[in-house]
Design a protein around this ligand. Structure first.
Ligand code: ATP
Length: 237
């Protein structure tokens, strides 16, 4: 579960979040959709305990992001744009390093790694991460993010810049995580992707949530043929 209540954040005189509230349920993919500068990354950084809000509160898996930051971090798997792997380590070494940090035993880490490598079609774990293509690195990043089997996943633009096979692998992974009961918060600019993957979406614009519902509900309410059309109508209001 993710529960966000009236989050506010300013950067100087820029009001990045003006009282954002939303919930993400377990066993669902929740989309956070918005145009450039809407406040998606700021929200995700607060949920990942990288930034503190000015006011409001957020809970991840029941833990407060300010008061219980370390419990939040161990409940979370996060893939942010530009999160990196250690380039000099192999893929396997990267994953095992994060597993060690999270206190996962070696036998358990190897077991999970094997399942995730199979799901994401990773056969390059013995190569140095510095030699990976963008798609290869992103798939490895997903394994790194969930090696401690966290109940909540936050994915910021996880398919940005990926080719079709890597994009499909990421989507399969997201569905598998959802079907195993995880809470998934997914941010994307790609409305067709949101329509395919998200059970529920929140549309954020200029630091406020301006619409919410299942993709189907949003299309019906705005009399649109696609989520993209609904999105454009909502953010232009
Ligand atoms: P994008 O889709 O372009 O990544 P976003 O929805 O993630 O956009 P944010 O990055 O959260 O948007 O930015 C929200 C607002 O806050 C923008 O006006 C942005 O310029 C501003 N902002 C974000 N981070 C900072 C910062 N560190 N310093 C100053 N302003 C910031």
């Amino acid at each position: 579960m993710i529960e966000v209540q009236n989050l506010q954040k300013h950067f100087g005189n820029v009001e990045a979040l003006k009282g954002v509230s939303f919930n993400c349920k377990s066993g669902q993919v929740t989309g956070l959709l918005g145009p450039n500068g809407a406040g998606k990354t700021t929200t995700i950084r607060i949920l990942s305990t990288i930034l503190k809000p000015i006011s409001g509160s957020a809970k991840v898996n029941g833990f407060d992001v300010v008061k219980d930051a370390s419990k939040v971090r161990s409940s979370l798997g996060v893939v942010l744009e530009n999160t990196g792997l250690y380039r000099r380590l192999t893929g396997d070494e990267n994953v095992l390093y994060f597993a060690d940090l999270a206190g996962v035993s070696r036998p358990e880490a190897y077991k999970r790694m094997e399942v995730l490598y199979k799901l994401l079609e990773i056969d390059y774990g013995k190569r140095q991460a510095g030699t990976y293509s963008k798609g290869m690195a992103q798939k490895l990043n997903l394994v790194r993010a969930v090696i401690h089997d966290p109940p909540v996943l936050i994915l910021d633009e996880p398919t940005a810049g990926l080719d079709v096979p890597s994009t499909l692998a990421v989507r399969t992974f997201v569905k598998q995580q959802r079907d195993s009961g995880k809470t998934v918060l997914f941010s994307t600019h790609l409305m067709n992707e949101a329509e395919l993957l998200c059970d529920y979406v929140y549309i954020i614009n200029l630091g406020s949530i301006v619409a919410e519902g299942s993709p189907e509900e949003l299309k019906q309410r705005t009399q649109s043929n696609s989520l993209e059309e609904a999105f454009m109508k909502v953010v232009k209001q």
